[in-house]
Write a protein that binds this ligand. Sequence first.
Ligand code: TPP
Ligand code: MG
Length: 340
Amino acid sequence: MAARKAAPKASAKPNVSADELMNYYREMLLIRRFEEKAGQLYGMGLIGGFCHLYIGQEAVVVGLEAAAEEGDKRVTSYRDHGHMLACGMDPKGVMAELTGREGGYSKGKGGSMHMFSKEKHFYGGHGIVAAQVPIGAGLAFADKYKENGRVTFTYFGDGAANQGQVYETYNMAELWDLPVVFVIENNQYAMGTSVKRSTKSPSLWERGAAYGIPGEEVDGMDVLAVKEAGQRAVEHCRAGKGPYILEVKTYRYRGHSMSDPAKYRTREEVQKMREERDPIENVRQLLLTGKHASEDDLKAIDKEIKEVVNEAAEFSKESPEPALEELWTDIYATEVPQEA
Ligand SMILES: Cc1ncc(C[n+]2csc(CCOP(=O)(O)OP(=O)(O)O)c2C)c(N)n1
Ligand SMILES: [Mg+2]
């Protein structure tokens, strides 16, 4: 099947209810405030190891989660806090994992890059660039085998898109018509290498054509455009037509991880994105101009969300470090989990 051209962008006056807009606003703001707090805790020495913030990319996961149904799965890279919050994982459990505490999703043994939730069908959190891509196809294979109608969202970056295992996965996923949405979060940089320096062909989604996988480019700073594209992708997968690729054009405001020399782009470039394209500010403007909320309403929401995040930070400080015996648990699976 031939890949098709990018879909038109969402209209300026979107056909969306006030409640829906408000939900997107809250969900994106929760990710932003959570990540700001994680950055602070890192600065205070409370988070060890690596920590990759998602600030700027919030519309990607929030838009795609709006296209997901109960039971759909997701798997992603190390830049994973936003994905966990957007699929409904508890901010307390995520923050406590970041600080390496017993109350964390991996009992404090996994840290920022290695968290999982069977309940929310979140399969990690993977530190090896692109390793999650074949895992995503494997999850989709299981669903196809079980004929349960579920779809797997497999997220990876523009840097990961140059890894060989992505293309082995594309081939098998299309060959077996697996229900997997490949989401390329193109934030324009790998660690410090811009897409322009690493990639000859400017369009990453079009590579799917070589394998017969359709796809499209999406404006990742526009949550409504992401949701619409997500719905097209999910519909394709659920209809049994195999995988679909979404190349979501986004931007990260912070460094690659907490140590980043920031020499590969200008401050002005980052500032321009923040001022002109911020995904949360875009929805804020839609809420205000549509008279769905007042400045005061939005301030109250921000306050509420900051409280949720502060509680998560408190919980993560109070939760004890895992006991030494925990070193010997959760290493091997002794039985295959049975899941619907
Ligand atoms: C196989 C492998 N090679 C290199 C690294 C080091 N590394 C970690 S993140 C990264 C950049 C990946 O960039 P991208 O896929 O665009 O994701 P982003 O960080 O922008 O979300 C690299 C090279 C790694 N973790 N794994
Ligand atoms: Mg990138």
